[in-house]
Design a protein around this ligand. Structure first.
Ligand code: ATP
Length: 428
């Protein structure tokens, strides 16, 4: 039997009224359809840890898809359904999402002439999960609303701050769980349990990662790099010899820790200065890790991780443009605004931050900061059609003239639109 305990008051204390009402409604509708219903996984874990988490994962004992359809219709929401997996996502008009999974009734033949045994299907569903801390469920049906249901001692492991797998073949079954163990360990300040640690070593020894799909490694690795502070996890990955799964050429060289620390500082600076500019933080750490690697290694890594085209291009091409800019900056400072702009404008923000992270001393950082805060926002008030009005025949020359005019403006030679027109007219 699972351990059970009421957590309604914790739910009232920690959850918004909207979420609490939504969970109650889910419970009512599922009960009326004759289904068992639970909220499970990370949401429950984070509730007990008093951490904010709005990712609601529902497990229906019965037919999750039928439930999701009915609930979505009632709420005026849409759904996406994956029949093969018995899962749906309910998407509310404001974009809020709820995942719904199905725990099928499972029957096990029992010995002799005894009838088949119906095993609690929620338990089987939870048994397939990665760690005990993610196996907690809360009943949502009106009669049992708010009953924490703990089959695998998840509560104890949360109390004792331990990451523990559910069975010894867990990492063989799904090696990406090794990365997840490291992520959760660092995020919560937990420790990977002793047996679980042994099983990680065992999995590495058995080389279970060889067959692992690149995209899955990429997704887990990216998630680690997106954590608030990924540096301890990165070091743990090196310690366990796991970086070799991505590429043996990614090494823990002498300057790496300093560079990663620098990346973290640069990101904190960006958060502070450019709150509204969304960036992909993981890219900066990823590029910093790969900084010493050549093109060939980049190509292999891109293939190994099955990187989508955008990221492949960043890794195998844009990173080298950034390198070029970095080399130029180490020799070319102080520089005219127009030169700085020419060097830095082809680089997306993530690459600018990467260059800041790998640069030593303040001069390069200051120049990039100057570019980001001032220069990149400077644009011309004239455009192609103004050149046409001036009597210039349309053609490739337009681009050059506008670039030169912008350079003059960046260097402070042109004050207003008339200055720009006069400057461009000089080319006639
Ligand atoms: P995060 O807070 O980083 O989003 P999470 O655990 O809340 O982590 P997901 O990574 O989206 O959220 O996973 C949702 C649930 O699915 C987890 O709670 C876990 O039980 C289960 N899960 C995810 N990945 C695996 C896996 N590789 N093996 C087993 N269970 C998994």
């Amino acid at each position: 039997y699972p351990k059970q305990k009421p957590v309604v008051s914790l739910m009232r204390e920690r959850l918004s009224k909207e979420i609490l009402d939504l969970l109650k409604q889910i419970g009512h509708v599922a009960r009326d359809m004759g289904f068992g219903v639970f909220v499970v996984g990370g949401f429950v874990r984070d509730l007990l840890l008093r951490r904010q988490n709005d990712d609601i994962d529902i497990v229906i004992e019965g037919d999750g898809i039928t439930f999701a359809k009915a609930f979505a219709e009632m709420m005026g929401a849409r759904i996406n359904t994956y029949t093969k997996f018995g899962t749906s996502v309910i998407i509310f008009p404001d974009g809020f999402k709820v995942d719904v999974a199905t725990a099928r009734m499972e029957y096990y033949p029992s010995p002799a002439a005894l009838p088949e045994v119906e095993t609690s299907s929620i338990k089987l569903d939870l048994y397939r999960r990665d760690f005990t801390i993610n196996t907690l469920a809360i009943r949502l049906d009106p009669d049992g609303f708010g009953t924490l249901t703990d089959f695998f001692n998840g509560q104890r492991d949360i109390k004792e701050k331990r990451i523990r797998i559910l069975h010894n073949l867990s990492f063989v079954e799904d090696p990406t769980r090794v990365f997840r163990a490291i992520k959760f360990e660092q995020r919560f300040g937990f420790t990977i349990g002793k047996v679980t640690r042994e099983m990680i070593k065992n999995a590495i020894h058995l080389d279970v990662f060889r067959e692992l799909g690149g995209l899955r490694v990429f997704n887990e690795f990216r998630q680690i790099l997106e954590e608030e502070n990924p540096i301890p996890s990165i070091l743990r990955i090196f310690d366990l010899g796991l970086m070799e799964i991505i590429h043996p050429g990614i090494t823990r060289h002498n300057e790496l820790i300093d560079q990663l620390d620098e990346a973290k500082k640069v990101l904190a600076w960006h958060d502070l200065m450019y709150t509204d500019e969304p960036i992909e933080r993981w890219i900066i750490y990823f590029l910093t890790l790969l900084a010493p690697c050549d093109r060939e290694v980049s190509e292999v890594v891109a293939r190994r991780l099955m990187l989508p085209p955008k990221y492949r291009k960043i890794l195998t091409e844009e990173r080298f443009h950034a390198r070029g800019a970095y080399t130029w900056l180490t020799h070319g400072l102080p520089a005219a605004n127009s030169d700085l702009h020419r060097q830095l404008s082809p680089l997306r923000t993530e690459l600018l931050l990467y260059v800041m992270a790998i640069s030593k001393g303040e001069a390069i950082k200051k120049s990039i900061s100057h570019y980001m805060s001032q220069l990149r926002h400077i644009t011309l008030s004239i455009r192609g059609r103004d050149l046409k009005t001036l009597g210039l025949k349309p053609g490739p020359r337009y681009g050059e003239i506008l670039a030169d005019t912008l350079a003059a403006k960046l260097d402070g030679q042109l004050k207003d639109r008339d200055d720009e027109l006069a400057f461009a007219a000089g080319y006639l």
